[in-house]
Every structure is written in C-alpha cells, then in structure tokens.
Design a protein around this ligand. Structure first.
Ligand code: PLP
Length: 417
C-alpha cells in the first residue's frame, strides 16, 4: 500500500486548534483583522498537505500521463491513477473505473445530462429535480429536456426547507427516467432523505443522480450502500484544488452511455472513416486532464480521512447548534432553512437590510461570508427574497468564530440603523 492509501486507514485525534495550524491561510489578516473564514460552501481552504502535493508534483513529477514510456510520465500516471483509487475508497465505489475525473460538480452533471440524456431520454419522458437545486443541477436538465422534448418536473419543498416527500411520490410515474437532487442544499443546509429518494425512484425504474457538492466535505458517502446511480462532487469544496471533480457512475450505465467529448485518451483507434472508443474511465476523459488537480484532490481526501467521521460530524453539529442559538438572539434576524437534518450551513436575512450591505460590513471586520442567491434563484423566489447571508462552517471553524461573527453582525446593524 502506498503512503497516500495508508493514510486513509489511520485516524488522528480531532483537535481543532492543531487542524487550524494545517491551513496556512487561516493565519492571515483581512482588513486589519484576523481572517474568519465562513464561506466554506463556496470553496474550502487548503491544508498544507494539499499545497505541498501540488508543489511536489510540479517540482518533481510533472509530465503528461497514460501515453509516455519515459520515467516521469510513468510517475505522473501512477500518481493520477493512485488518486483515482483514493477517491474510489473514499466513496466506496466498486471499481476505480466507475470514478471519472471531471472539472467539478457542474461538469459531472453536464456529462450525465448530455451523454445519458441524449441517448436515453425520449419525447415525453420526465426528469425530476427539486426547488432547492443549485443552478448546476437545473440548467443542464433544462437544456437536455429542451433538446429531447422531455419534461422537467420540480419537487416542492416545505417552508422549513425540507422536500415535500408526499408531492415527490405523486410526481413519480411511468415516464420518470431520472431524479436529480442535492444530497445537501448549499443555500439551506438541508440534508435530504436520499435513501428514501433512491428507493422510491428505483421502484419506478428511474435513475438517481445525487449532487454531492455540499455533502462530501461534511460526511462520508458510501455510493454502494446508497445504491445511487450517479454521484457528483467538486474537489475544491473538500479542501482540494479547483478545476477538478468527480463523477461516480455505475459500470453498466457508464458503459451504455456515449462519450461526452471527443479527443485524446477517449479513443481506442481513429481513422477518418470511424473511431472506436476507449474503455472506462478513459472513454469520458478526453484531452489532457487536470493531473495535478486529481493528485491534489487525493491529498485532500487523505487529509479529511485521517479524522473519525463521527468526530468531524460532532464538531460541525456543535458549531451549527451554537451559531443557530446565537444568531437567533439578534433582533430581526430570520434563519432561512430550518430542516431537522442540516449540515453546518446557516442562511439568514435581517429585516430591513440587504444581504450585500451586511456582507460588506462583515468583510470590513475580517469576516468572509457569502451573500446573494447562492446560484439558487428559484429557491430565493420560493421564499420571496433576493438572497441571504450565508455562513458555512468547516472543520477548522470554532465557537470563537461564531462569537466574532455575532459581535460583528451587531456592530454592522448599528452602523446600518
Ligand atoms: N451543486 C451545489 C449544491 C453547489 O453548492 C455547487 C457550488 O456551490 C455546485 C453544485 C457547483 O459546483 P462547482 O462550481 O464546483 O461545479
């Protein structure tokens, strides 16, 4: 077993102060104040081990992969394919060739919509998404439904930000081919009951794609136990680099799908008359991939995997509970998304205040939050709001960060009144 794989089998004690030291950016100041980074839903910060893996690759291993006979090419190919194996173990996929490297969640969903959709969607077929989807899990389905004259249906939600499962049941029918929903909502934090969604969809013969962008940074996912058909996530939200992501797909489904893009690596043989395609996973990985991205993502997974998932979940649950309690004490503040099962994401609005103004005043105090519609405009329309302020926590955040956020919010509101 190589060092990276071995790292996944050992656990380290969960000590937030020592974790913070692993993330160099957390030592910097913003606007003269220590950085309080609460925009992890947009992108997470990178531990030194990821930064070092990227640096090491470019200093020591850089080469193009798969077709080179020379030493460096073999080294880079090995590192890239080891990274695929690291991801496979992380999500418990059955085979490494069911793990495709993509540019990110958006790219993964577009791959399925374009490739599977073009081959299998017939006019009148139905694709089901939900009200709380990120645009990345709306627009690719709209595009392919338009092209194939299929019908896009939307699961309504309750005011709490939970899926209306009764309505979902009634949306499922003979023509449902695909159900594509977020595992965890980026705007609300809702953890969706994906086991039920998968079971109910499969009972109707529909496939399920889960958008795991906001899930994998917070909890372990087992694609085999879930029996999910496709699972998508991004490297940068799980402490890895940008520009790399994963699409997991079941072998038989991927084998029956046409290539997404044409070019190097996805071919077996090319003549002007006919091209035959490579086997999985290469069939879906045209062109030189983000080699260092894959290697950096594996380093990020190794980093996360050193901690007991339970310890990580408990820490984030504590932050969520503490922040919810403290924020609720601010007059006029309303939390958007009050589902029973939530990841450590809190969206809120403050009566009479625009989220941008609040976000700007927090930034002046060194606090990074996200403001706006969070790429979920239909969800904002559902709540009749232009956007929210969103604080999204990661393993390196602390109760002290929450205290500073709350104090800064109070100061911001004084300035705005
Ligand atoms: N899906 C969800 C739930 C997200 O939160 C995001 C990003 O914020 C995406 C999809 C898109 O991810 P990416 O921009 O990394 O492709």
């Amino acid at each position: 077993m190589n060092k990276a794989l071995a790292a996944q089998t050992e656990t380290s004690p969960f000590d937030v102060e020592s974790i913070r030291k692993d993330f160099p950016i957390l030592q910097r100041e913003v606007n003269g104040r220590p950085l309080i980074y609460l925009d992890n839903g947009a992108t997470a910060q990178k531990p030194k081990s990821v930064i070092d893996a990227i640096d090491r690759y470019y200093r020591d291993q850089n080469s193009n992969i798969h077709r080179g006979v020379h030493h460096l090419s073999q080294l880079a190919t090995q590192a890239y394919e080891d990274a695929r194996e690291t991801v496979r173990r992380f999500i418990n996929a059955g085979h490494d060739y069911e793990v495709l490297f993509t540019r990110g969640t958006t790219d993964s969903i577009n791959l399925v919509a374009a490739s599977w959709g073009r081959r299998f969607l017939e006019p009148g077929d139905e694709v089901v998404i939900s009200t709380m989807e990120h645009h990345s899990n709306i627009v690719p389905w709209q595009m392919i439904c338009d092209e194939r004259r299929a019908i896009l249906k939307v699961i309504p939600i309750h005011e709490s930000g939970e899926l209306d499962m009764v309505a979902f049941q009634s949306l499922l029918g003979d023509r449902t081919r695909m159900v594509a929903i977020a595992h965890v909502s980026n705007s609300l934090g809702t953890i969706n009951p994906v086991e039920d969604v998968i079971r109910m969809s499969h009972e109707h013969g529909a496939l399920v794609l889960l958008d795991g962008a906001q899930c994998v940074p917070h909890m372990r996912v087992d694609v085999k136990a879930l029996d999910v058909d496709f699972y998508a996530f991004s490297g940068h939200k799980i402490f890895g680099p940008t520009g790399v992501g994963i699409l997991y797909g079941k072998e038989d489904l991927l084998n029956n799908m046409p290539p997404y893009q044409g070019g190097g690596d996805m071919i077996k043989k090319v003549t002007f008359e006919k091209t035959t395609y490579n086997t999985l996973p290469h069939k879906f990985e045209a062109g030189t991939p983000n080699i260092v991205g894959g290697i950096g993502l594996a380093a990020a997974i190794d980093y996360v995997s050193q901690f007991e998932p339970r310890a990580l979940a408990d820490h984030e649950q504590d932050l969520l509970d503490y922040a919810t309690e403290k924020l609720q004490q601010i007059p006029g503040l309303k939390i958007i998304g009050t589902a029973e099962h939530k990841a450590s994401v809190i969206s809120f609005i403050i009566e009479g205040q625009h989220p941008f103004d609040v976000g700007t005043l927090l930034d002046q105090q060194g606090i990074a939050v996200r403001t706006g519609h969070h790429c979920t405009q239909p969800l904002m329309d559902y709540y009749h709001i232009p956007g929210t302020v969103r604080a999204s926590f990661a393993m390196y955040n602390t109760r002290a960060d929450v205290d500073i956020l709350v104090a800064a919010l109070k100061r911001a509101l004084e300035m705005l009144s």
